[in-house]
Design a protein. Structure first.
Length: 609
């Protein structure tokens, strides 16, 4: 029997943040004991999470005590489908079942032990009550899943249509959505209500998981806030009462048969929305007879006393995944918005808050990479940030060359770097290429073309010393230099963001001719810290030089930052013009300790270790 897990969070478990920190610290070489002390948990717990034996946010569940009795219950209910659960419970208790009655009945439902009885479950042939629908009293909502949508819509196997119908008059309107999540539901409800011209006093839903808790029918707190915002009450249909919202069910049938079956390939979502709107409007002319008088759906709907709507939609936060185009653009609502260069093909999130005019483009790690004012939906506009345009043009021009094709009949002997690699293959000592690179950096020629320097190596090998020496040389040469650590930079940016000084702090870090960022990777950066570091690098790209010291290899930056997209974009800008110096060897700080240990061993044993 496999181990079962149930969703749970308690003080003796690791949260998702602690789980990520534990793995990051372990990768950096921390011992399990050190990680346990740092996070405030015991070593057994830390070891279990690092070995994958436990999952954050889940706890082990004991074996189900009902399982030994499952086959007996199935056989008894197969013999008698109408056997009372209380009678069956008395039987299994005598056989040794130790659980409670409510646990027993939940297990019967969970494992579907009772067979289906069609005569008892069918609703056909039963008496049906007439339900009164006073004017302006109720709107019925329902989702319709539309299979096989046009590939251009990019919504997967099904398109999603929210239909809202006035229960008294039968007027209905419908809105296409990319998904059936909570923010998409709120956005679609607001659009339907505005097409109807107001809201009724009550909203009726079936047991949608985004509206209520399906087993109990209790409204979710998040949706309760939406209903209060629009001033409407919410009614949930009783289970297995599909005819309780027959008005919207009929509208669903009309939309599926008279519109969806005729939707052609190659049209846009906006064209599809126009099609459903064109169908709904003429259907207001359907005939109705009320108290012997002939009227239409439209006339009844115009007479309904609907409530006024708020000026703006409920401020739900909507996120949609998009892919960055080669032009550095992402699409949203038939408009295009720019992002920084170097992200072609990356998956990003477009985030908006309903009723607001701002649009943010963020990475999977929640780092904001672009901010725009929204264009009207469906306008077909392209919104570009001036900084993004300049950076994209520089990146394109830097990769473009108008030089003549290379001549083939020229003499090009092996370079010093090639000769060094050849010496490695021959087994001879490597020539001092690294020393020559450092000596060349000391001339400060890298400042003239805004190149960067990356000093990579384990702790104690002299990265900070070299960075400080280069910075001191730049100061002596009359250049403006600023030295900081990665953690200090992230903290200053975070504080500036809270105080509303983001533009000022970006100008501050963009000002020095040489910026030295020390100890990158020694401490884990939070999500906004990685975003801030990316923004600083982006501000200085092709304008001024940056020296970074890090103990994390370039191949491991994605793990260190926790966001592959931000790491790739940062490396793209750093390495475009850069000298990467790898330093290896024992720590200078520990050499004296090792020498002392060797001398002590020699004095005790009479020989060196």
């Amino acid at each position: 029997m496999g181990t079962e897990f149930g969703l749970f969070e308690g003080p003796w478990m690791l949260t998702w943040e602690e789980d990520v920190d534990a793995h990051a610290l372990r990768r950096q070489g921390w011992s399990i004991s050190a990680i346990a002390r740092h996070l405030g948990h015991d070593r057994k717990t830390i070891r279990a999470y690092l070995n994958g034996e436990r999952v954050s946010g889940y706890r082990r569940q004991p074996p189900d005590a009902f399982m030994p009795f499952l086959e007996y219950c199935r056989q008894r209910l197969s013999d008698d489908p109408h056997l009372w659960a209380s009678t069956l419970f008395d039987e299994v208790v005598e056989l040794g079942y130790a659980g409670g009655y409510s646990t027993f009945t939940r297990a019967l439902r969970r494992y579907k032990a009772r067979p289906h009885c069609e005569p008892c479950r069918a609703s056909s042939g039963r008496d049906v009550a007439i339900i009164a629908h006073p004017p302006g009293e109720e709107i019925q909502f329902d989702w319709v899943e539309l299979p096989d949508p046009p590939a251009e819509w990019g919504v997967g196997a099904n398109a999603h249509l929210l239909v809202g119908a006035l229960a008294h008059s039968g007027r209905w309107r419908a809105v296409l959505a990319e998904a059936e999540t909570f923010p998409h539901l709120v956005q679609a409800i607001d659009a339907v209500l505005r097409r109807l011209g107001g809201t009724a006093r009550r909203w009726r839903f079936d047991r949608m998981a985004t509206v209520c808790h399906p087993p109990t029918g209790r409204i979710l707190p998040a949706f309760a806030a939406v209903a209060k915002y629009y001033g409407a009450g919410v009614d949930i249909c009783p289970p297995r009462r599909g005819n309780r919202k027959g008005v919207v069910e009929k509208a669903n049938h009309s939309a599926a048969q008279r519109w969806w079956r005729t939707v052609a390939d190659g049209i846009s979502i906006e064209a599809g929305q126009n099609g459903i709107d064109k169908l709904a409007l003429p259907m207001d002319s359907r005939k109705r007879k009320i108290d012997g008088a002939l009227t239409t759906v439209g006339a009844l709907a115009e007479a309904e006393p609907l409530l006024d709507l708020p000026t703006r939609p409920f401020p739900a936060e909507l996120e949609q995944t998009r892919v960055v185009s080669p032009q550095g653009l992402v699409s949203f609502a038939s408009n295009h918005y720019s992002v920084p260069p170097g992200l072609t093909g990356a998956h990003v999130l477009v985030r908006i808050r309903l009723g607001e005019d701002d649009l943010h483009v963020v990475t999977a790690g929640r780092a904001v990479i672009a901010h725009h004012r929204r264009a009207p939906d469906g306008a077909g506009q392209t919104i570009r940030d001036a900084g993004h345009v300049i950076a994209l043009e520089r990146a394109v021009l830097a990769s473009f060359s108008d030089k003549a094709p290379c001549r083939t009949k020229v003499r090009r002997p092996p370079s010093a770097a090639a000769q060094a690699e050849a010496e490695k293959l021959r087994g001879r000592p490597e020539s001092d290429v690294a020393n020559r690179v450092v000596i060349d950096l000391a001339t400060l020629r890298f400042l003239d073309n805004a190149s960067n320097v990356l000093l990579v190596g384990p702790p104690g090998v002299g990265k900070t010393m070299l960075a400080v020496a280069l910075a001191r040389s730049a100061v002596d040469a009359g250049h403006r230099v600023y030295f900081t650590t990665a953690a200090e930079l992230a903290a200053k940016c975070h504080k500036a963001a809270l105080e509303g000084r983001w533009s000022s702090i970006m100008r501050f870090f963009a000002g020095p001719r040489l910026l030295v960022i020390d100890e990158l990777g020694y401490l884990p950066l939070p999500g906004d810290g990685a975003s801030a570091l990316f923004q600083v690098i982006n501000q200085r790209y092709l304008k001024s030089s940056t020296i970074l010291t890090t103990n994390v290899g370039i191949a491991d930056w994605a793990d260190a930052f926790g966001d592959a997209t931000v790491a790739a974009a940062m490396l793209d800008r750093l390495l475009h013009r850069a000298a990467v110096v790898g330093i290896d060897g024992p720590s200078y700080r520990l050499r004296s300790h090792q020498s002392h240990a060797d001398n002590l061993r020699k004095g005790v044993t009479g020989r060196a270790g």
